[in-house]
Ligand binder design. Structure first.
Ligand SMILES: Cc1ncc(COP(=O)(O)O)c(C=O)c1O
Length: 445
């Protein structure tokens, strides 16, 4: 079929952008049918604006990080009251880059050396902890609290030794960990703090955004998270010197900080004398670290820009779903069977999921519950890795446990979470609560 639309490149471009919305309108959204439509515990809310910017970025044919990535890196940290951010390929990459930056020789005696200990928890996502091991350091695990599923901060002091150099923990499921106690500990023992905020975009502690308390903070933009770009992540900080190191590790380990496609930003591209290289060796090809290439593309960033505009609404919906589920569960007496989640004191979470832990002595198991919910189309997930040290990946890893991990094991055995993401509306939530009621009636006989 011959193209009958407008003629100039700019007009055709606009036509293509509009067609995106027309395509979505024509595709429509399937109606919710209780008991038939699956309710996943996480998901993305993607609309016309995301598609428009994605198409726009594609039509640039720039493909690597470009104008949208730059805009995203500028706008993102403002939401956290922070100065800088770097976009990367995932939350896991953000964690790896953040921790690895702290091992840079450029930090001299402040660098985290191999064999150093890093305080963390075993109830969580593996790639919060993996970077510690990948940098030949030793994760030191302390137990968590069952209601907040976050680090039991009263156990941290006993875990500190003369080898301890950092704390790296996630704000689990959007509930901030005890930032008061943790930042005090870091100050007292001169420890770095890396806040994994992958699940907690928008959560606050003492009214301040999580991510603004530590030396470095990380985010994930995988579809399950508060905002998405498919795959993506970011590192944020107020500390320009650390961000330069993050950028170096992200961008092949290079010493130069030129954006993709740029050269001579420093004005001295051929005037450096670094390492054993000859004077004037191209700064763009001078490498100060053994790095990676973990840059994201402009298409990802474009989707992120559209999502950033909606993040306040997304966070509000997550909070509302959480509050109403709690009200409904208490009204229906479900707190007799489950330990319900609680916000950490002094915090306002930005909930990622709704974690339920089976109380002891019930007539059904976690397996029975998640099977029942799954059969009735209510999606569930377990708290990521459960207890990391029981995972096959941790066989042979050099780690230390301080005290016991009783609650971590309880979570591994008896907890699961359901969704609070913005795609869950009143109808779906009512169905979820109803399904919990019938589940208890059937399983706890
Ligand atoms: C706490 C936490 N950290 C890190 C990650 C890793 O993020 P990504 O999937 O983008 O690599 C996740 C993933 O869900 C997470 O929940």
């Amino acid at each position: 079929m011959a193209w009958e639309g407008a003629g100039s490149a700019a007009e055709i471009r606009e036509e293509i952008l509009k067609l995106g919305q027309r395509y979505l309108d024509a595709k429509g959204v399937a109606p919710f049918v209780p008991g038939e439509t699956y309710i996943p515990c996480a998901g993305k809310v993607i609309e016309g604006e995301e598609l428009r910017l994605l198409l726009d970025a594609s039509l640039d044919l720039w493909l690597t990080a470009g104008r949208y990535a730059e805009q995203f890196e500028r706008e993102l940290p403002k939401r956290f009251g922070l100065a800088e951010s770097r976009l990367t390929v995932s939350g896991s990459a953000a964690n790896l880059l953040a921790f690895t930056a702290l091992t840079s020789w450029k930090l001299r005696n402040k660098a985290i050396a191999p064999g150093s200990e890093v305080l963390t928890v075993a109830a969580g996502f593996p790639t919060t902890v993996a970077p510690i091991v990948q940098n030949n350091c030793v994760p030191v695990f302390v137990d968590v609290d069952l209601e907040t599923f976050n680090v039991d901060a009263s156990r941290l002091e006993a875990a500190v030794t003369d080898k301890t150099r950092a704390v790296m923990i996630a704000h689990t499921l959007g509930n901030p960990f005890d930032l008061g106690a943790v930042t005090e500990l870091c100050k007292k023992h001169n420890l770095y703090l890396v806040e994994d905020c992958c699940d907690a975009f928008g959560a606050t502690y003492d009214g301040k955004p999580v991510g603004s308390f530590g030396d470095l903070a990380t985010l994930s933009f995988y579809p399950a998270h508060h905002i998405t770009m498919g795959e993506g992540g970011a590192i944020m900080s107020n500390r320009a010197s650390l961000m330069k190191l993050v950028e170096s590790y992200r961008d092949w380990g290079r010493d130069c900080w030129c954006a993709p496609g740029m050269a001579d930003t420093c004005g001295k591209r051929f005037q450096h004398k670094l390492g054993d290289l000859p004077y004037g060796y191209d700064h763009k090809f001078t490498f100060s670290h053994l790095g990676y290439n973990m840059k994201a593309t402009d298409m990802q960033a474009a989707v992120g820009i559209a999502q950033l505009d909606k993040v306040d609404f997304f966070i509000q919906r997550r909070r509302e779903n959480f509050a109403r589920l709690t009200e409904d569960f208490i009204r229906e007496g479900l707190d007799e069977y489950f330990i319900l989640p609680k916000a950490t004191p002094r915090s306002e979470p930005s909930w990622f999921g709704y974690l339920l832990t089976l109380k002891d002595g019930l007539k059904f198991t976690r397996r029975d519950a998640v099977d029942y919910l799954d059969q009735h189309k209510v999606g569930t997930r377990q708290l990521f890795a459960g207890n990391l040290i029981r995972q096959p990946a941790f066989k042979g890893v050099n780690y230390r446990v301080v005290g016991d991990l009783t609650n971590t094991d309880k979570i591994m055995n008896d907890s699961f979470w359901i969704g609070v993401w913005p795609g869950i509306d009143d109808e779906r939530r009512a169905y979820m609560v109803q399904t919990f009621k019938t589940m208890i009636a059937e399983l706890n006989r």
